[in-house]
Ligand binder design. Structure first.
Ligand code: GDP
Ligand code: MG
Length: 218
């Protein structure tokens, strides 16, 4: 199989969002996750708005299609269409800025109102490397996460610490919900699609019933 064909083989595609106040490091987190390096200020004009990457979650290949607010958050005008049909989100604050932490409730209200009801959200306390300037303790944020049913990690887009983990943990939770039947990928606006690999499984001889349903396109 060619490299391109291999890299496009996945079981599921999840639509992901990165939300939170401007300056918390959302674009840097996306860049670190995709490129495995820190995006320094000199190339901020490139303005990553979108990225995708295939990750392996417990043996399943999941393609994450990640949308960055691309500056919309500066005007508090993150639109309904941005939220539509997202399966997961990273909600980001900056551990050195209480202001960005205080804004979390507003972001959560928007996400729960405008995104899919079943959206899985991971709270991300970014800039973990700046511990000496910390304004929000780990304990306080983890309590907030618990009260609001969010997963929680402190990350550093600078060192890369916990960046991959944040995306993977969020994807794992979505996958668990699909496998337990709690989440139906075929429901409109679920933010989930089947990939080629999953379709191939459906077409395997063991699942002939699924094949006949699939092929009846008349
Ligand atoms: P956005 O507005 O949320 O997309 O934030 P950016 O990704 O543009 O980052 C805002 C600023 O924070 C930039 O100056 C980054 O260099 C810096 N930054 C982002 N993540 C980190 C981090 O983990 N540690 C440190 N020390 N700085 C960061
Ligand atoms: Mg940005």
């Amino acid at each position: 199989m060619s490299q391109t064909a291999m890299s496009e083989t996945y079981d599921f595609l999840f639509k992901f969002l990165v939300i939170g106040n401007a300056g918390t490091g959302k674009s840097c987190l996306l860049h670190q996750f995709i490129e495995k390096k820190f995006k320094d200020d000199s190339n901020h004009t490139i303005g990553v708005e979108f990225g995708s990457k295939i990750i392996n979650v417990g043996g399943k290949y999941v393609k994450l299609q990640i949308w960055d607010t691309a500056g919309q958050e500066r005007f508090r005008s993150v639109t309904r269409s941005y939220y539509r049909g997202a399966a997961g989100a990273l909600l980001v604050y900056d551990i050195t800025s209480r202001e960005t932490y205080n804004a979390l409730t507003n972001w959560l209200t928007d996400a729960r109102m405008l995104a899919s009801q079943s959206i899985v959200i991971l709270l991300c306390g970014n800039k973990k490397d700046l511990d000496t300037d910390r304004e929000v303790t780990f304990l306080e944020a983890s309590r907030f996460a618990q009260e609001n049913e969010l997963m929680f990690l402190e990350t550093s887009a600078l060192t890369g610490e916990n960046v991959e983990e944040a995306f993977v943990q969020c994807a794992r939770k979505i996958l668990n919900r699909i496998e337990s039947g709690e989440l139906d990928p075929e429901r409109m606006g679920s933010g989930i699609q089947y990939g080629d690999a999953a379709l191939r499984q459906l077409r395997s001889p063991r699942r002939t019933q699924a094949v006949s349903v699939q092929e009846c396109g008349c």
